[in-house]
Ligand binder design. Structure first.
Ligand SMILES: *Cc1c(COP(=O)(O)O)cnc(C)c1O
Length: 454
């Protein structure tokens, strides 16, 4: 099976507009939704999905939308990936749940073995399985605190780590994630991020990775005290923050500092992990070896699963019975994860992510040469973003991004917006998307930008 064949058979791989988007059937369900579903949970594109695969989402009205979001980097191995479907179906038919804390099963152990093998570093590792990204980050902090006997957690500007109380406190953006939801967890400290596009020193020159790391280290030493810090938690490429890739040397310098001071370095790869960036994990781009790595999103082809994987001596410091959860490492999710991981390793998906990155970057670069509003293009592999600015300055331009996303949605292309200022388009296609679909999507995006800058 090649990457492009995954899911391509069941659904014709073409964009198709049968009605306006959202169509009449979607609008009818949307009306029911308004009286049934709490409004706190939103949807980027309210076209109700009935099938998905390859690079296509098919809605109830028969429209076929090109998927440049992959359910926020979750169906990275393709929607209904055949390996995932087969493994999960077989597991569903044998048993659906025992609770690993009551009666264990081999699938959980196999997923832990795969994570220990695939994550950066050849040291001895252990893993624990949970349900969501937020739960993984919470557990990483719990483990780091027990291991170090310290309380403080250092996070960064523009960070996103989840919506539970602790991870919401670790997340940077107030609206929609935090405003009104306090009080927040204590002992969470925010450090300045390396953000190459906007990060200039007083003389107007770019702040290097080493200098940006020094800023963080000074902040930690002067405002917290390194001996009080349990963990530094960072996304090697920030997801919701806008695919910010820190300047080269920033991450290695922080890893080095953490090692010197006995601080646990946690890479939150919930969004960037699992083949997404053209390597199995984004940490590999700078050859860093995190003490702990948190994963979720792309791990199980769409089923809810997350993990904390870390150095054996750190993970072993928490005694039996102190970690877990009723559903953590559910057997169906574990089977799905083994299917997804096999697909990443055997269907050329890592290479495909790199190829998608080249195509997307090339199209965005052409767009930038016509429109100065495309301020910055960044990211790695199939995790690329364009930051939109004003015509004559680098001030954020969220209105333009909203117009572009709306135009794309109406024309059958799903694009996601993000960033602290909402001025970023991020592209996270499934790694099973064809070049033809990607090309068609960017033709629409090009039209959308041209129509929206006016
Ligand atoms: C999505 C995300 C989370 C939270 O994951 P959930 O499964 O939504 O709880 C945490 N960290 C990062 C980097 C994420 O992108």
């Amino acid at each position: 099976m090649t990457a492009l064949e995954i899911g391509g058979e069941a659904l014709p791989q073409e964009r198709k507009l049968v009605t306006e988007i959202p169509g009449p059937k979607s609008r009818e369900i949307e009306e029911r939704r308004k009286s049934a579903v709490a409004p706190g949970v939103g949807s980027s594109l309210p076209a109700y999905v009935v099938a998905a695969g390859g690079g296509i989402l098919k809605d109830v009205d028969g429209n076929q939308i090109i998927d440049l979001g992959a359910g926020i980097a979750v169906t990275t191995a393709g929607n209904s990936n055949p390996r995932v479907v087969k493994a999960a179906t077989e597991q569903l038919q044998s048993f659906t749940h025992t609770c690993f804390m009551v009666n264990p099963y081999e699938g959980y152990v196999e997923v832990a073995e795969a994570l220990n093998r695939l994550t950066p570093g050849d040291h001895e590792k252990r893993s624990i399985l949970l349900n969501s990204g937020a739960e993984a980050v919470e557990n990483a902090v719990k483990i780091a605190r027990v291991h170090t006997g310290r309380d403080a957690v250092v996070v960064f500007d523009h960070a996103y780590h989840g919506r539970t109380n602790l991870t919401m406190s670790m997340t940077a953006k107030a609206t929609p994630y935090k405003a009104g939801f306090g009080p927040f967890a204590g002992e969470v400290y925010r450090a300045p991020m390396s953000y190459p596009y906007r990060d200039n020193d007083a003389a107007g020159t770019k702040v290097s990775g080493e200098e940006a790391a020094k800023r963080v280290i000074t902040m930690i030493e002067k405002q917290i005290g390194a001996e009080s810090v349990a963990a530094i938690v960072i996304e090697p490429i920030q997801g919701e923050g806008g695919f910010i890739v820190p300047a080269e040397g920033f991450l290695p310098a922080l890893v080095e500092f953490a090692k010197e001071k006995g601080i646990v370095f946690v890479a939150d790869e919930v969004q960037a992990g699992f083949a997404r960036t053209g390597k199995m994990f984004a940490s590999e781009w700078e050859d860093i070896v995190p003490d702990i790595i948190t994963t979720a999103k792309g791990i199980a082809g769409g089923l809810p699963l997350s993990a904390v994987t870390g150095r054996a001596e750190i993970m072993d410091s928490v005694g039996p019975g102190r970690l877990g959860g009723t559903y953590g490492g559910n057997p169906v999710a574990c089977a799905a994860a083994l299917g997804a991981i096999a697909s990443y390793e055997e269907d050329g998906l890592v290479e495909n992510a790199a190829h998608i990155g080249e195509v997307v970057t090339d199209r965005l670069t052409k767009l930038q040469s016509k429109h100065p509003e495309v301020g910055d293009i960044r990211g790695r592999g199939a995790m690329i973003a364009a930051e939109f600015v004003q015509h004559d300055s680098i001030d954020p331009n969220p209105d333009l991004v909203k117009k572009i996303a709306d135009y794309c949605a109406k024309n059958g292309v799903l694009v996601l917006t993000t960033g602290t200022f909402g001025n970023i388009l991020r592209f996270l296609p499934p790694l099973t998307i064809s070049d033809e679909l990607l090309g068609d999507a960017f033709d629409v995006i090009e039209e959308a930008v041209a129509a929206s800058v006016a």
